[in-house]
Design a protein around this ligand. Structure first.
Ligand code: NAP
Length: 471
């Protein structure tokens, strides 16, 4: 497996990187383990200044950091700047709240003076994807750094420069050696690290395929895991939705990051009374995108991350059409060698079509017509995945009622889907398990150690399970 930066707009191979050696892997794990042992004795507060400094670096160096993303995976520069800013917000959030979130929790118990203490768990292995190369890293790094869990990580093969830039920023923020170590690992080497006795937890963000492979390996070795996987998120247009709001949000919900977002709206489920109007407006929006240099502020749709990804999506669309779907709209081709995928709207996707319920990771919208809101919820739930979702309805309350009937991890009502540090992120079904960010995100890889204390044994009133016998 070659770690390589290839600019998907120019197709220039910028740089190729060597895989890690066995010695590098061993040295990294040894250093991480040493740091874990030290961190067990250090308070959370000792690590907070590094997070504050890291946030400052991401703010001060926004443009330089953003350019790495645009060069390497084609993201619009303005979206890359947004990603870098979000990283600063996440580092700041945990700098501000980690001590409070990790405070011991008192438990009232007849056994004695009981509390649940939050201790580091140990060295973690993170496996991360290319679509938000810094944000995905920050989601796992900031909370677990505060906890005191050192991390070794494997980033996507196509984003090695972003992997190194993140590691470098953490180092410059003052993190001790071993706190975060990038390793260019093959899949076999990932298995080696996951199985290592020093590694106590494994976090993966990526596809269902990658998640299954790594979770299987982690399961074999009884490692705690979080899996943040793909989705086919529904965007429900309820019978009483405000269509001006819908029209403003729907195109962005599909085309942001060139449609390569786990929580992109991949299935628009539209009640019959709005169906024609919705299709017309989505078509107008898709037709008006400007594809071009992602560094140019006038460009509104970026190339996809790689030729391979574009070819995979084209194959999925072709297969959908062969099996009866209608290409309601396909953007006219543009004159560019960049890895642009022409925005496409598919309709008439029946349940027996291979595209039904499959994740299409790019600027392709599937639009479904339903009779009413109940049918919309039923269709939204007829999927193997459950990551995010958007509902537009006549009122926030009515939308929230529909939202809570959807089997999914996160739903936004009458607004754009956004990820923020204080909001838990994660899914159900084959979209994975566990949560990143927010309060839950910081407790994923924590040893919740129960300590019960008293001055003398409690040898009578508790009885039962506490003291079954007197010897
Ligand atoms: P992917 O192929 O699973 O890659 C993600 C990471 O896993 C990469 O570092 C990849 O390495 C690694 N990987 C894949 N198979 C592996 C294996 N058998 N052993 C060890 N490592 C392995 O995912 P992708 O297609 O690049 O990313 C897009 C997917 O991620 C979409 O499905 C998207 O919905 C999902 N995603 C989910 C979230 C979330 O929070 N739920 C966020 C973003 C993206 P290589 O690059 O070397 O193959």
């Amino acid at each position: 497996m070659a770690y390589q930066t290839t600019n998907p707009y120019t197709n220039e191979v910028v740089k190729t990187y060597e895989n890690a050696t066995a010695d590098e892997i061993e040295a990294s794990l040894a250093q991480a383990q040493k740091l874990y042992k030290q961190w067990r004795n250090d308070p959370v507060s000792s690590r907070i200044p590094v997070l504050r400094k890291l946030a400052q670096i991401f703010r001060d160096e926004t443009d330089d950091l953003a350019k790495v993303l645009t060069t390497e995976m084609g993201k619009l520069f303005i979206e890359a700047q947004g990603e870098v800013q979000l990283c600063a917000m996440i580092a700041d959030y945990y700098a501000e709240h980690a001590e409070d979130l990790l405070k011991p929790r008192k438990i009232e118990s007849i056994a004695g003076d009981a509390q649940l203490e939050n201790h580091p768990l140990g060295v973690l292995m993170a496996v991360e994807p290319w679509n938000f190369p810094y944000y995905q890293m920050m989601r796992i790094f900031a909370p677990n750094f505060a906890v005191g869990d050192p991390i070794v990580y494997k980033h996507a093969a196509i984003t090695p420069a972003a992997a190194l830039a993140f590691e470098d920023a953490v180092k410059r923020a003052g993190a001790p050696a071993g706190a975060l170590k990038n390793l260019f690992l093959s899949y076999d080497q990932v298995s080696t690290v996951v199985s290592d006795k020093r590694v106590q937890g494994v976090a993966l963000t990526g596809s269902e395929r990658g998640g299954v492979a790594v979770a299987e390996e982690a399961g074999k070795h009884l490692k705690k895991t979080t899996m943040e996987l793909g989705g086919v998120d529904a965007f429900i247009v309820a019978h009483d939705a405000n269509m001006d709001d819908v029209k403003a949000i729907a195109p962005r919900a599909r085309l942001y990051n060139a449609g390569q977002v786990c929580t992109s709206s991949k299935r628009f489920i539209v009640t019959a009374n709005h169906y024609d109007e919705f299709l017309e407006s989505l078509k107008a929006a898709f037709a008006s995108v400007k594809m071009g240099d992602p560094m140019d502020p006038k460009t509104t749709l970026a190339p996809m991350n790689s030729r391979k990804a574009k070819e995979k999506l084209q194959k999925q669309v072709d297969e959908a059409l062969t099996n009866g779907a209608t290409a309601y709209y396909v953007h006219e081709p543009i004159d560019s060698d960049g890895q642009f995928f022409m925005p496409t709207i598919l309709t008439d996707i029946t349940k027996d079509n291979p595209a039904y319920g499959k994740e299409m990771f790019g600027p392709v919208a599937q639009v479904y017509k339903v009779a009413d809101d109940d049918e919309a919820v039923a269709l939204a739930n007829d999927a193997d995945y459950g990551l995010g979702g958007i509902v537009f309805a006549g009122s926030a309350e009515a939308g929230a009622e529909l939202a809570s009937r959807i089997e999914t991890g996160m739903v936004f009502v009458n607004t754009f889907f956004s990820s923020l540090p204080e909001l838990e992120f994660g899914g159900v079904k084959r979209s994975g398990f566990g949560r990143e960010l927010g309060q839950t995100g910081i407790s994923s890889f924590v040893n919740q150690e129960l300590v019960v204390k008293r001055e003398h044994p409690n040898d009578n009133e508790a009885g039962g399970l506490v003291l079954p016998h007197k010897f």
